[in-house]
Design a binder for this molecule. Structure first.
Ligand code: NAP
Length: 248
């Protein structure tokens, strides 16, 4: 089940956190993985070494997804090099917090440039290649806050909710070409992004999660690997929630 043998997968923001776990899981299922990063070249190289140590194959590709032209050209170059691109996981993202009355316009611009436009640019280039192949998998990383909201994260929630609209729209646009488009919406997951949550808030947070704990990156990666597989061929336009029951 869920073999990704001979597939080529690009994971944006694959150098750390959830992206790293996705890279390792897709490679473990047999995919050749392209690990994107923007600053963390050493970390991305470590991901490749970890994959190779377990018998998989991977390579790094540094580019900034927020520059749409660069992102599109980079994804096209990856597809050209391999003669295919079967799976795009648009995972690169940032969280900039702020209440509506305090949030800065620059922060909103950064959130939308990376989380939304960055994902769209990569998807556009990937889908061009997938259309020729008449198959493909596009998976966007949204968030539980897109659906339930979170005080103090207005810009981040807006950017992640945008991806749910993008998912449904692209699913309809490219279903006839054999391309499925889905979103994974994690709850709170143990990564650099959530490491800053102080202990009292962390305890309160865990109380709000029916499964009683923060999730692991491997648990999100498993959901992504399923949606990337041939077995998920009849699933498109959906959001798979990996949140411990926090939002149902
Ligand atoms: P993270 O640990 O902060 O890692 C972010 C990754 O994105 C890094 O690999 C980083 O690369 C890359 N990145 C940032 N800006 C980029 C850019 N402009 N171009 C290319 N890559 C860029 O994040 P995470 O917690 O794993 O989150 C991954 C995704 O899941 C995000 O979309 C996030 O919104 C979503 N999510 C996370 C959680 C959570 O609890 N952690 C919950 C819900 C949703 P460098 O290493 O080069 O900086």
């Amino acid at each position: 089940m869920f073999s990704l043998n001979e597939k080529v997968a690009l994971v944006t923001g694959g150098s750390r956190g959830i992206g790293r776990a996705i890279c390792e899981t897709l490679a473990a299922q047999g995919a050749h993985v392209v690990v994107n990063y923007v600053r963390g070249e050493a970390a991305a190289r470590e991901v490749v070494l970890a994959i190779e140590a377990r018998g998989g194959t991977a390579e790094i590709a540094g580019f900034d997804v927020s520059d749409m032209k660069v992102a599109e050209e980079s994804v096209a170059a990856i597809a050209k090099k391999h003669g295919r691109l079967d799976i795009l996981v648009a995972n690169a993202g940032v969280a900039v917090d702020g209440l509506l009355l305090r949030v800065k316009e620059d922060d909103l611009d950064q959130l939308f440039a990376i989380n939304v436009k960055g994902s769209l640019g990569c998807a556009r280039a990937a889908i061009k290649t997938m259309m020729r192949a008449k198959c493909g998998r596009v998976i966007f990383l949204s968030s539980v806050v897109a659906e339930m909201g979170n005080a103090g994260q207005v810009g981040y929630a807006a950017s992640k909710a945008a991806l749910l609209g993008v998912t449904k729209t692209l699913a309809r646009e490219y279903a006839s070409r054999g391309i499925t488009v889905n979103a994974v919406a994690p709850g709170f997951i143990e990564t650099d992004m959530t490491a800053a949550i102080a202990e009292p808030a962390r305890v309160e947070l865990q109380k709000a999660i029916p499964l009683g704990r923060i999730g692991t990156t491997a648990e999100v990666a498993a959901a992504v690997a399923f949606l990337a597989s041939d077995e998920a061929a009849y699933i498109t336009g959906q959001t798979l929630r990996v949140n411990g029951g926090m939002y149902v």
